[in-house]
Ligand binder design. Structure first.
Ligand SMILES: CSC[C@H]1O[C@@H](n2cnc3c(O)ncnc32)[C@H](O)[C@@H]1O
Ligand SMILES: [Zn+2]
Length: 438
């Protein structure tokens, strides 16, 4: 009998790899932060003694969800400006508010609020793009959550940096500081082609090549953005990035609602990852990402929430369901993006985009134990024929009971173990009063 850290006995395990598999009556063994074994429960009981053993008789275990595109601190701006198109929303409301209020304290408090929401919704890793990424990284590390923080660049000054040189210098220093953090990675994060000059994008590409880091950028979010860019530069943003040498497996392109056939082929050929944010695209009426066509072309697609100011929640169960339904409507094909594929996008697709698929994204032995437990016991989840169908088409984040990141139990029977929920709640209310009365 081998003594290990944690032994879980759920009703089902959905490992995501191999695709489509649902295991019943199996156990998950965790030791030293990693998945040691996935095996029949009877064998597990004979082979392992868990220092902690948990029986989850009505639950399914899935890989921790990966939120592939977030602006975590924007949770403090949830509901500030609704029912507007992207340009008006950003320039008329969000940027002026950020210009006035974004600070270290804002990013700390907003990121903690976002992480509390994400963990309670089964998200174990988020790919962030926001000012003060050093604060985001510290907050995530302290909470024990996995994150990829964006080394942001944008052609206007902020409280974080006064200009392009300072954005890049601070980003490089932060990358160096975080190099050995087991939970935090970095990506360059130029905001968008319409806010970052081509010369700066070239500098970012050179640095990203040198440091072997991804480039995370908003791209082809709306038709207006693409048309205006074309009028100004004589080509569409994707073509311009191609000419600058940015299209590669290191490019994480967020949104991509405006793509013709040739562009889809080029994205596939160059290995660009698409970070799809269905609910933000719907709410801002930005357009529809052609997910089924991208997948058919062989493109890796991941799922993200975007910020809570354009979504307005950080709920990857919602995104999975919206992505599956939207893909069917856009393709005119009920078979587009079935439940198992939607879960793949929300787990392994995100891990792959972030270059973390050897470590997370599925429940394979050897990977970090980033695990989410979902309770299917309630009346609303009956009857249950297919766990995957139930998970994507009939479940909500309130069914998440437990979450582990690298084997650490961060959500225990719906209680956060590393974040002070009351304090987060209180600070969010205080920010609301400050911003609303400011
Ligand atoms: C440079 S920090 C990130 C920057 O992005 C803004 N933002 C949030 N959501 C979106 C979106 O959907 N498209 C474009 N820009 C977005 C956020 O407010 C920050 O200023
Ligand atoms: Zn965004």
């Amino acid at each position: 009998m081998l003594t290990i850290d944690t032994l879980l006995f759920p009703r089902w395990i959905v490992p995501v790899e191999p695709a489509g598999v649902v295991l019943e009556g199996h156990a998950l063994a965790i030791d030293q932060g990693r998945i040691l074994d996935v095996l029949p429960a009877v064998d597990a009981a004979a082979r392992y003694l868990g220092r902690i053993t948990l029986h989850l008789p009505s639950h399914g275990l899935i890989p921790g969800l990966v939120n592939a595109h977030a602006h975590a601190a924007m949770s403090l701006l949830r509901g500030l400006a609704d029912d507007l198109p992207l340009h008006e929303w950003l320039t008329g409301h969000i940027w002026p508010t950020e210009g006035r209020w974004v600070s270290e304290a804002f990013v700390h408090d907003g990121t903690q609020l976002a992480m509390a929401e994400m963990l309670r919704g089964g998200i174990t890793c988020f790919n962030d793009m926001y000012f003060f990424p050093d604060v985001t990284a510290r907050a995530a590390s302290a909470a024990g959550m996995r994150a990829c923080v964006g080394l942001v660049v944008i052609d206007f000054p902020s409280a974080w940096a006064s200009g392009v040189d300072e954005y890049l210098d601070k980003g490089l220093a932060l990358h160096e500081n975080l190099r050995h953090d087991p939970l935090i990675s970095t990506a360059f994060a130029p905001h968008a082609p319409y806010t970052v000059a081509p010369a700066t994008l070239e500098r970012v590409r050179t640095l990203a090549d040198e440091l072997e880091r991804p480039i995370h950028i908003h791209l082809h979010e709306t038709a207006a953005e693409v048309d205006e860019y074309h009028a100004r530069h004589g080509r569409r943003p994707l073509a311009h990035l191609d000419a600058l040498g940015l299209l590669s497996p290191e490019l994480l392109a967020v949104h991509m609602t405006q793509l013709d056939d040739a562009e889809i082929a080029r994205v596939a050929e160059t290995g660009v990852h698409v970070l799809h944010c269905p609910e933000s695209n719907l709410k801002l009426a930005s357009g529809f990402c052609p997910v089924a066509r991208l997948l058919a072309a062989g493109v890796n697609v991941a799922l993200g929430t975007d910020g809570a100011a354009s979504n307005n929640d950080l709920d990857m169960f919602g995104e999975m369901r919206s992505a599956a339904l939207l893909a069917k409507a856009v393709a005119g094909d009920a078979a587009a993006l079935p439940a198992g594929h939607a879960l793949h996008l929300a787990t392994l697709g995100g891990a792959r985009a972030l270059g973390l698929d050897a470590d997370i994204g599925s429940l394979l032995p050897g990977k970090w134990a980033d695990v989410t437990a979902v309770d299917f016991g309630a009346l609303e989840a009956q009857p249950l024929y297919h766990p995957l169908s139930q998970l994507v088409y009939a479940s909500g984040r309130h069914q998440v009971t437990d979450v582990w990141v690298a084997g650490r139990h961060l959500l225990k029977n719906r209680v956060l173990t590393t974040l002070d929920a009351d304090a987060i709640h209180q600070r969010a209310r205080a920010w609301r009063d400050t911003i609303a009365n400011g």
